[in-house]
Design a protein around this ligand. Structure first.
Ligand SMILES: Nc1ncnc2c1ncn2[C@@H]1O[C@H](COP(=O)(O)OP(=O)(O)OP(=O)(O)O)[C@@H](O)[C@H]1O
Length: 539
């Protein structure tokens, strides 16, 4: 390794084959300067690329064996800015250089490799910026990544996304992975339930949120669930909602990104490979089974739209808009009882509430913290292998210690047939338009329901709308959710609470309840958040 000293050399720009360039590598930038002549780049004679945007760099020989030259390719994905100045997605920039120090091909390749190592090493020191309250840590990426693709998700284009931009970026970042194409419902669940997890650095889902729901439940069904659930999880948007992907993107402080922009952003984060803790919610149904959720519990308007709009799946994310308009036209109310355990550290309802909770999580591997706009990281050497399950004083063990049967203990919940604990709040209103509890900022790519949520804040962000709201007022709220400003609308029917647990007992029958967008048994349901139990690749 060349330490952090500045590297400088003259190469030939491989794109033109003739242009001589002076290349400088500092600890933050790769600068390519044209030597003499007229400008060739839109920026003029010089092109500076931030190493924080670099996913990989490789050295290789020319295909022409008679050519002694070596080549150096560096791959960058700088943020793209819209005309408003907000960053949206990322765009690919590759710089390819012809490296010739003499006639000896081996010496040329060694020089190119020296540069490639230096670029990779320096790029790995940079951490994408994240919102305050998101704690990143580095985990081992020396094993393979399992990539689960649901070819039926969204408009059925997930495989095309995989073979296109995803495979291309994973290759550039030198991330070895195994592709598993899911063949039926619960396939992913079976795969992770039976997998030898010591073989995998991470499990990545290229699909909608439904496949991640399966994966989390599969991991929680294992005997070694407490270790299994620590496997870093990654999400690449391939569905029509893509709530977690949109949330993960939102936590990076970037402006909104949709479709392929969102995919590139999430894939970029995957290549950076930093994780943060992820809350898991245990959901108890009256018939007994326990489900594990990472995203949402919905009843009323939102749950109905989610299920009713399935038939408009071919229009992609637009299905939610179509479903919302149709349901607005036949607006109804839903009767039921709602009770919850509020966060004891803060008062509830507020449109202007800002949440920036600090996570107690610290990885025993490496920890990155985002403090007052500065990002700091402790480093190990580039290739030091770690066991990513070696945290021993974390939340999961605490949860397990509290459990009688070795499973995750729901210490805040009473049996569903018993009254709720006395410190819970019971909502006196019994007529609702919707009840929605979310763990993350987004419920869909363009629906930011809880702007201040963080992946491991330990809260369910409970939004409910009481009966009596007019259609125009409800429509205004949904439109405001595109930017997450609905909480400032001062709508008297809209309530927002940060809670640790809740119980919902629907009286209206029949009806729909969804957990992470999947329809579950209709009836009494209760849920409790388990802070930071899982891990998500997030920065
Ligand atoms: N090959 C397959 N054929 C049919 N269903 C599948 C297949 N693979 C997975 N599934 C199921 O498809 C369901 C939906 O998957 P997922 O949520 O990932 O996509 P989606 O519904 O298109 O996304 P979104 O929820 O964003 O609309 C999951 O419950 C999963 O079990």
């Amino acid at each position: 390794m060349d330490g952090d000293a500045e590297l400088r050399a003259e190469f030939t720009d491989a794109a033109t084959g003739r242009l001589r360039v002076s290349v400088t590598l500092t600890d933050s930038c790769l600068t390519v300067r044209k030597i003499g002549g007229s400008p060739v780049w839109q920026h003029g004679h010089e092109h500076a690329l931030g190493l924080s945007d670099c996913v990989g760099c490789r050295a290789y020989r020319s295909e022409d064996t008679a050519d002694p030259a070596a080549y150096l390719s560096a791959y960058f994905y700088p943020a793209r800015r819209s005309w408003t100045g907000a960053t949206t997605g990322r765009q690919r920039v590759e710089h390819r250089f012809r490296v010739v120090t003499g006639e000896d091909p081996r010496a040329n390749l060694e020089e190119a490799e020296r540069w490639a190592r230096a670029v990779r090493h320096r790029a790995s020191q940079h951490v994408p910026s994240v919102k305050e309250g998101v704690e990143l840590s580095r985990v081992c990426v020396s094993r393979r990544v399992m990539v689960l693709v649901n070819p039926q998700s969204g408009r059925g284009q997930a495989m095309t996304l995989y073979t296109g931009p995803v495979l291309s970026m994973l290759t550039e970042a030198n991330i070895s992975h195994t592709l598993i194409t899911t063949e039926h419902q619960n396939h992913a669940r079976e795969v992770v339930r039976n997998a030898d997890l010591s073989q995998w650095s991470a499990i990545v889902i290229l699909s909608g949120d439904g496949l991640l729901f399966e994966v989390i439940n599969g991991l929680m069904e294992r005997e070694d669930w407490d270790e299994a659930i620590r496997t870093p999880l990654g999400i690449l948007p391939g569905g029509s909602g893509n709530a977690l992907a949109a949330s993960v993107h939102h936590y990076t402080q970037a402006g909104p990104a949709l479709g392929e922009d969102l995919l590139l952003s999430c894939c970029f984060l995957l290549c950076k490979g930093l994780v943060c803790p992820l809350d898991i919610v245990s959901v108890r149904l009256s018939s007994g089974p326990c489900l594990f959720s990472f995203l949402s519990l919905a009843w009323g308007f939102v749950a109905d739209v989610d299920i009713e709009s399935e038939k408009f799946r071919h229009v992609g994310a637009m299905r939610f808009l179509v479903g919302t308009l149709l349901r607005l036209a036949s607006l109804r109310t839903y009767q039921g009882k709602l009770a919850f355990l509020e966060d004891s550290t803060s008062a509830s309802v507020s449109s202007s509430l800002t949440l920036c909770p600090r996570s107690p999580f610290r990885s025993s591997v490496q920890c990155t913290s985002h403090i007052q706009g500065q990002t700091n990281i402790q480093h190990d050497s580039e290739n030091t292998p770690h066991n990513f399950n070696d945290d021993d004083d974390d939340e999961v063990l605490l949860h397990k210690k509290n459990s009688k049967d070795g499973r995750l203990a729901d210490n805040l919940l009473n049996p569903i047939g018993d009254p709720v604990p006395t410190d819970w709040t019971v909502e006196t209103e019994q007529d609702f338009v919707l009840v929605l509890a979310t763990c993350h900022s987004h419920l869909a790519e363009e629906l930011m329901v809880s702007p201040d949520a963080r992946p491991d804040d330990g809260y369910l962000h409970l939004v409910y709308i009481k009966a009596g709201i007019s259609r125009p007022a409800l429509l205004r709220l949904f439109l405001a959710m595109e930017k997450g400003t609905h909480l400032t609308c001062e709508c008297p029917h809209l309530m927002y609470r940060r809670v640790r647990a809740l119980r919902l007992e629907p009286i209206t029958k029949p009806g729909v309840i969804t957990v992470d967008g999947e329809q579950v048994e209709y009836g009494p349901i209760q849920a409790q958040v388990h802070k930071g139990c899982a891990r998500i690749i997030c920065g």
